[in-house]
Design a protein around this ligand. Structure first.
Ligand code: SF4
Length: 412
């Protein structure tokens, strides 16, 4: 056995850095991560069902002005009773295509966040970008104003498959965007890729992963294609014009990627996410640990102060609402205590770390074992769970069964 094989075999599945709770849960529950949605795209990709709009680029400036108003109003609403600003550990500009905004607009959005929230000095500040919309000057500009993590929708390294998806960029532009980002000083880059695409073979996938690893991104998100209602892909699927990869091929592609990335030093810390040690996404962990977040912009969702709420989805209506000085909230529900427990457990079990049992008990004033009752023993006996240093997580067998374990374990 070579030394690298020995190292891999000895490597724990979850590194210590991920098994340490960075702060007491009561402090984390007092924070709010910020998500800012930018709903514009040049054109719509054929598979996309996100709340995004093509042909609306002239609305960018009025939209940014509305977003600034929302940030100020949301900041006021989220203040503590004694008037202190709400602390934020992460900011995420997502979309849509935030890289369609200019540096001035991004600067104003970040400044508004810093004015209305107490943003940590070392906060993780991510921006999503489409490789077809980036240039060196813009990347230098956004790095300078505080964006310290870049997340790019690369999707494939195969030119033909990118066309099939309706992407506006080429594989060469992905490579160039990463080079520009490195030159601009980005030391934390995520690349998104998709598998199970129509006519994508195992060989295409292997080649994409090889080329992706040559770029040495700190983080990779790999998603299998889901054909969503209301997309051109769904119409073409129904007409028999496209056939996505079947379940077996997708499972093989996932396993191949997991093994390859593990050998390359990445940790699979959530079902679809791999990171080099220390580069897991703090913002995404906010969602998976069921911590508070405030979403702003069209269609953005929030989970804050025991409430889940979401915004108006359509840009013109969103802008009009904020012009009149009102928050654009359109849907809201109270999150009951038991629901919060169930969701925290479900989300935690999707991660490689699992659920931190002492934290769960401190947070909900009840142990996890009390919460799930005698279901726990049955699932344990089936070998679907494992424990390590206070963490409870799915065993390898449990990970294979995924949703079935959740159904067996969690109260309805
Ligand atoms: S660039 Fe992203 S958000 Fe925009 S249409 Fe394509 S997949 Fe959807």
């Amino acid at each position: 056995m070579t030394s690298i094989e020995t190292q891999i075999q000895q490597q724990p599945r979850v590194p210590q850095s991920l098994l340490q709770m960075t702060e007491p849960i009561q402090d984390l529950l007092e924070t709010a991560s910020l998500y800012l949605h930018v709903p514009f795209c040049h054109t719509r990709c054929f598979y996309c069902d996100f709340n995004t709009f093509a042909g609306m680029l002239p609305l960018r400036e009025p939209y940014v002005r509305a977003l600034l108003t929302e940030i100020a109003l949301a900041g006021q609403q989220a203040q503590h009773e004694d008037g202190r600003k709400r602390r934020s550990r992460t900011i995420f500009l997502g979309g849509g295509t935030p890289s369609l905004l200019n540096v001035n607009q991004i600067t104003r959005i970040l400044t508004a966040c810093f004015q209305s929230f107490a943003v940590d000095e070392n906060a993780e500040i991510t921006m999503e970008a489409n490789p077809g919309t980036l240039n060196q000057e813009q990347l230098q500009g956004i790095r300078k104003v505080g964006i310290n993590r870049l997340s790019m929708g690369a999707q494939s390294m195969d030119a033909k498959l990118l066309k099939t998806l309706g992407r506006i960029h080429s594989p060469a532009e992905i490579v160039q965007a990463v080079r520009f980002a490195r030159a601009a000083g980005f030391s934390s880059i995520n690349l998104d890729f998709m598998f199970g695409l129509p006519e994508q073979t195992m060989q295409h996938w292997q080649e994409t992963l090889k080329q992706a690893l040559d770029l040495r991104p700190e983080h990779l998100s790999l998603y299998s294609l889901i054909v969503e209602e209301g997309t051109p892909f769904m119409d073409w699927f129904k007409e028999g014009r496209i056939i996505p990869g079947d379940e077996d091929l997708c499972a093989d592609m996932y396993e191949y990627a997991d093994e390859l990335l593990r050998q390359a030093g990445y940790v699979n810390y959530e079902i679809s996410n791999w990171a080099l040690p220390g580069y897991h996404s703090q913002h995404n962990l906010t969602y998976w640990q069921n911590l508070p977040y405030i979403g702003m912009g069209t269609g953005a969702a929030s989970s804050f102060a025991n409430r889940r709420f979401s915004n108006e989805r359509e840009p013109a209506t969103y802008i009009k609402t904020l012009k009149s000085g009102r928050l654009p909230e359109v849907e809201s529900e109270i999150v009951e205590h038991a629901q919060a427990m169930s969701e925290t457990a479900f989300l935690g079990l999707r991660t490689a770390m699992g659920i931190h049992l002492p934290t769960f008990e401190t947070r909900f004033k009840e142990t996890f074992a009390q919460f799930v009752g005698n279901r726990l023993q049955r699932v344990e006996e089936a070998g679907l769970l494992e424990y390590e240093d206070g963490w409870l997580r799915l065993s390898d067998r449990g990970r294979l069964l995924g949703n079935e374990v959740f159904m067996r374990l969690l109260p309805e």
